[in-house]
Design a binder for this molecule. Structure first.
Ligand code: ADP
Length: 482
């Protein structure tokens, strides 16, 4: 029962529940099982063949021995009586239930035969039907019977008396041997099944550290590079070596990533100040633009807008760099979310001319957060909802409250985000598909900042989305406990 359960689980595991047919585990199991089938099968076939040969050889030897000793025995028995009597007695002496013996003279006349006359006669007739009787014992098949047969010249007192025929029925022995072979086959099959289970279990165990490595490696993201480490217990040396090399690589990557973050932070900081000065000059030029041509005025406006956009991006990068290094400070205080959500909706509706619906619970929902940061995140999400949905579609801001949390959903009925992108959508500079975003300006930093800010306020941000149907970004924050 246990075995069949194991086999079933093996087949299940190979047939799609986890193991692909191109996996190392599957291939190794298949190869080892095939090798054991070939090995055990080969041994069983060879053993069977050898046993059969031994059986036939033993019977042949017996007949050779009887034929060799027959004249000596005949001499002993014929000393007491006549030659005929001697022949009869010798034949009686050597005959058994399976061995029929008879002697014919040179004219082919039967001189003497084994006592069981009926079966002896039918045996003799069967042998007579043969074209030739071999001198050395040979296996001959009569119907469903196997006979070892020989007919050797009988020399007595230097004269050829005729021929001595010996016919040994080995059918029963062969049947016994066959039954033994079937048992051997059964035992081999059982052994192969046990081996299959044992081999697959062993390989699965051996592969476990690799799977563990795989799981840990795929869970590592840029944010936790520093803390990421493969820790394997009871793995073989080769895999431990691989894990060590992997950890060293993670360490180097973490160093490089850290350097890159610092670089981005420093560059953002260094660029923001001169650009702020530039935008200041541009704005003042624009204010006194009465003597500028329309083309110059438009060029100045574009330069101002682009510089402002770049400053915003630099500010985002600085925020992210500060969040990474733990220097992003939050001025947390109790906030009435009902009011904040209504304000964000009103503000966004005014700027975008899009209908923003607020669906808020009647209860007061108060959380402890940094109002400016939370407002920044909400504006960003509403801005995205507007950007990635048709102008006719409204955007909903839904406020809910559970026992411990305040929940804000920002819902649109826009283009949605394919499942394959949803996992990476909160990564920096990640944009779903440049072609669909081309019409929309953006940097791919908004959601990364939103995540950093919300998590910095002990909250969570998640996404549910379906392409063509829309997206829901959900912010969950802890309720304020007075
Ligand atoms: P961006 O500045 O490009 O909008 P975000 O970080 O805010 O950067 O968003 C990252 C990407 O996520 C966007 O480029 C867009 O492809 C996708 N995205 C964000 N919000 C939505 C939304 N509401 N509907 C569809 N796609 C969205």
């Amino acid at each position: 029962m246990k075995l069949s359960r194991h086999l079933r689980s093996l087949i299940n595991s190979c047939s799609g529940k986890g193991i692909s047919t191109s996996s190392l585990q599957f291939r190794l199991t298949l190869e080892l099982v095939t090798l054991s089938i070939i090995g055990l099968g080969g041994v069983a076939v060879w053993a069977g063949w050898q046993m059969e040969q031994n059986l036939v050889a033993a019977h042949k030897q017996t007949l050779e021995y009887i034929a060799m000793r027959f004249p000596e025995q005949l001499e002993v028995y014929s000393q007491v009586g006549s030659l005929e009597k001697g022949l009869e007695q010798t034949i009686n002496r050597v005959s058994t239930s399976n061995l029929v013996v008879w002697v014919k003279n040179s004219d082919g006349q039967l001189l003497a035969q084994s006592p069981n006359s009926n079966s002896s006669l039918s045996e003799i007739r069967a042998v007579e039907s043969l074209a030739e009787v071999p001198e050395q014992p040979q296996v001959v098949r009569f119907g469903d019977r196997d006979i070892v047969l020989c007919g050797t010249p009988l020399v007595f007192n230097g004269k050829v008396l005729g021929k001595l025929y010996l016919s040994q029925d080995i059918t029963a022995d062969r049947q016994k041997l066959n039954a033994g072979l079937w048992r051997l086959l059964l035992i081999s099959l059982l052994t192969i099944s046990i081996l299959t289970v044992a081999i697959s279990q062993r390989i699965r165990k051996a592969m476990h550290p690799l799977k563990q490595m795989n799981q840990i490696a795929s869970a590592v993201s840029a944010d936790d590079l520093k803390a990421a480490k493969l820790q394997l217990h009871q793995a073989p040396d080769e895999i431990l070596g691989l894990a060590k090399a992997f950890n060293e690589m993670l360490f180097r990557l973490s160093g490089a990533w850290e350097q890159q973050r610092q670089f981005v932070g420093n560059v953002s900081h260094e660029l923001r100040t001169p650009l702020t000065v530039v935008v200041g000059y541009l704005q003042s030029l624009l204010r006194r633009s009465s003597n500028l041509s329309a083309y110059q005025q438009q060029a100045l406006e574009t330069a101002t807008a682009e510089t402002e956009r770049t400053i915003r991006m630099l500010q985002d990068l600085l925020d992210l760099a500060r969040a990474d290094s733990g220097h992003l400070h939050f001025r947390c205080a109790p906030i009435m979310l009902n009011t904040l959500v209504a304000e964000v909706a009103a503000m966004s509706q005014k700027v975008s001319n899009r209908q923003i619906t607020v669906l808020a619970t009647d209860e007061d929902v108060v959380t402890c957060a940094d109002q400016d940061r939370l407002q920044q995140v909400l504006i960003n999400l509403v801005d995205n909802a507007i950007k990635y949905s048709a102008p006719t579609q409204p955007v909903d801001l839904v406020l809910e409250k559970t026992v411990q949390s305040a929940i804000i959903h920002v819902r649109d009925r826009g283009i949605g985000i394919p499942l394959s992108h949803q996992k990476r959508i909160f990564e920096r500079f990640y944009r779903v598909d440049e072609s669909r975003n081309r019409s929309q300006e953006g940097t791919g930093l908004g959601l990364a900042i939103a995540k950093s800010l919300i998590e910095g306020m002990d909250g969570r941000i998640t996404l549910r989305s379906k392409p063509g149907e829309g997206s829901i970004f959900t912010i969950t924050l802890p309720l304020w406990q007075p």
